[in-house]
Design a protein around this ligand. Structure first.
Ligand code: 5GP
Length: 116
């Protein structure tokens, strides 16, 4: 059984977060340390520690993460200019919180994709 992270407490509203969207499958909230004018984390309500742990039965939630990203990008007013979706996996990927999350980042030119 995977160990819960602070993100499970955010989903259950046990600790404060700036939640911008929630439904039966996913929750989205503003990153506490934003790297751009818009920086939102979109997470499945089910605890999946890393992308390596994704299962076929998770496909509905993972697809919902994208449709919610599209909606939130429009809500943020960044859809036309563009934005970046990022998912980090494990140590080399720079993952800090072991509950998978999609970063939606935009609101300024982000430059070329950073590696390293
Ligand atoms: P990772 O490096 O795992 O892909 O990204 C984790 C992200 O979660 C970081 O951008 C970090 O700022 C954010 N984060 C960590 N703890 C909290 C928290 O308690 N609340 C919110 N809103 N964001 C958090």
């Amino acid at each position: 059984m995977a160990e819960e992270t602070i993100f499970s407490k955010i989903i259950r509203k046990e600790i404060p977060a700036d939640v911008v969207y929630q439904d039966d499958l996913v929750t989205a909230f503003r990153d506490i340390n934003p790297r751009a004018p818009s920086h939102i984390l979109i997470i499945p309500n089910k605890l999946i520690p890393t992308v390596n742990d994704v299962e076929t039965e998770d496909e509905l939630a993972l697809g919902r993460m994208f449709t919610v990203a599209r909606k939130l990008a429009a809500d943020e007013g960044i859809a036309e200019d563009g934005y970046r979706l990022i998912m980090n996996c494990n140590n080399h990927g720079g993952q800090e919180v072991y509950h998978i999350h999609m970063h939606l980042v935009g609101g300024r030119p982000l430059g070329p994709m950073l590696i390293g």
